[in-house]
Design a protein around this ligand. Structure first.
Ligand SMILES: [Zn+2]
Length: 347
C-alpha cells in the first residue's frame, strides 16, 4: 500500500464471459439461482485478484455482484414496481423504459453487506464499495407515489444511509456514492442534492466519496459530450458545494476530457480522485500519459490528497484492456511518486 498517491478504480470492471455477456452495460446474467450466487462471488474474487496483481492500492468491488450500478440496488427495495414501466429521459440525455415508484420506498434487507464482507475477507488492503447517489437513483425511475423528486431523493438518502452503515460494519474503508446527475441538474443540486448526499453519509466513521462524471463511454454519452463545447465547466456547479460538505473525497474525470484541470482548486482541502485513465477508448495509456495528467493537477491539489484513478467504470471494455489500463495507472502513479520523492515535480 502506497501512502502517497494510492491508486483506485472508480467502479466497475468487465465481468467474466461465463457470468454475463462482455463489453455491454445491463448485460443479463448467464447463470441463475445458486449458480449465479456462487458465480458472482467468484467474479468478485477474480476482480479483487486482478486489481491486486496490477498493483492497485485500494481494492474496489468492481461491481461484479450487480447487473447495473443503480438498478440492482433499487431492485432490492420495496415500493418500486419493475413490471410497471414508463419511458423517461435519463439525465436529460436519452429515453429509457424505467420502473415505477408505486408506494413508500423502503429497504427490507441489506443489499450488499454480505458481498462486502466477502471482499473484506479477500484482502488486507483498504476496500472501497460504490452505491448510487440519491439524485441519480430518482432519475432512473417514474414516480407515481411521492410525485416530488426531492422527497423521493430524501427517502433514498435514508435507505442509503442504512446500507452504508452495514457496509461500514462489514469492514469497508471507503463508501462511494455515484452522482453523475450532479453534472446535469444544477438547480436541484443546490436546493437539496448535496444535502441529500450528506444525509446518506450521516454518522459514518469510514471515509466517504462522491463520483461525478460524464458517464460511461456509450454512444448516448459521447454524443452528449460533443454538445458541451470546448471546455467542460459543469464541475464548477458542484465542487464549491462539495468543498463545504462533509464528504471526504471527490472523484472526477480528467484524462482525455475537456474538463479544465484548474476546477480541482475548487475542492481545496478535500481528497481528489483524479481520472487519469480514459474509459471511452480501448487505447492503453502509457505510464507517461498517466503521470502527465496527474502532474497537471498538482498545482490545485496537495499531493498527499491525490488519489490516481480512472475516469469512470470500465464495464464496457474488454477484460484484457481493463487489465492493461490498471497496470498503466499503477505505473503512471509510480512515475510521479518517484519524481516527488526526488523533489522535482515536473522536471
Ligand atoms: Zn462515472
Amino acid at each position: 500500500m502506497n501512502a502517497l498517491l494510492p491508486t483506485a478504480l472508480v467502479g466497475s470492471l468487465p465481468k467474466p464471459s461465463w457470468l454475463s455477456e462482455p463489453e455491454k452495460l445491463w448485460s443479463p446474467w448467464k447463470l441463475s439461482g445458486d449458480e449465479l450466487a456462487e458465480g458472482r462471488l467468484d467474479a468478485l474474487a477474480l476482480a479483487a485478484d486482478e486489481q491486486r496483481r496490477a498493483g492497485l492500492d485500494i481494492i474496489s468491488d468492481g461491481e461484479q455482484t450487480r447487473q447495473h450500478f443503480v438498478t440492482t440496488f433499487i431492485e432490492h427495495l420495496s415500493g418500486v414496481d419493475f413490471d410497471r414501466r414508463e419511458t423517461v429521459r435519463i439525465r436529460n440525455r436519452y429515453d429509457a423504459s424505467v420502473p415505477t415508484v408505486v408506494g413508500a420506498v423502503s429497504r427490507e434487507h441489506p443489499v450488499f453487506a454480505e458481498d462486502a464482507a466477502r471482499l473484506r475477507a479477500l484482502t488486507s488492503q483498504p476496500i472501497k464499495w460504490a452505491l448510487p447517489g440519491p439524485m441519480t437513483m430518482i432519475d432512473t425511475l417514474y414516480d407515481d407515489h411521492y410525485r416530488s423528486r426531492e422527497q423521493l431523493a430524501w427517502e433514498f438518502a435514508t435507505i442509503l444511509n442504512q446500507e452504508a452503515k452495514e457496509l461500514e460494519a462489514a469492514g469497508v474503508d471507503i463508501i462511494q456514492f455515484d452522482e453523475p446527475a450532479f453534472n446535469v441538474f444544477f438547480d436541484e443540486l443546490k436546493d437539496w442534492g448535496v444535502a441529500a448526499l450528506e444525509r446518506a453519509t450521516e454518522g459514518l466513521r469510514c471515509e466517504t466519496a462522491v463520483h461525478i462524471c460524464y458517464g460511461y463511454g456509450i454512444k448516448a454519452n459521447t454524443d452528449w459530450k460533443a454538445t458541451l463545447g470546448a471546455e467542460w465547466r459543469q464541475y464548477e456547479e458542484s465542487f464549491p458545494l462539495l468543498q463545504r460538505s462533509t464528504l471526504d473525497i471527490v472523484s472526477l474525470e480528467s484524462h482525455n476530457s475537456r474538463v479544465p484541470v484548474e476546477v480541482v482548486e475548487l475542492l481545496r482541502g478535500k481528497k481528489v480522485m483524479l481520472g487519469a485513465i480514459d474509459v471511452a477508448s480501448s487505447d492503453i495509456e502509457s505510464p507517461e500519459d498517466v503521470a502527465a495528467t496527474l502532474r497537471s493537477a498538482l498545482p490545485y491539489v496537495d499531493a498527499d490528497k491525490l488519489i490516481p484513478s480512472t475516469n469512470c467504470g470500465m464495464a464496457p471494455l474488454s477484460r484484457a484492456v481493463a487489465r492493461d489500463k490498471m497496470v498503466a495507472l499503477v505505473q503512471g502513479a509510480q512515475l510521479l511518486r518517484d519524481e516527488l520523492s526526488a523533489g522535482s515535480p515536473g522536471a
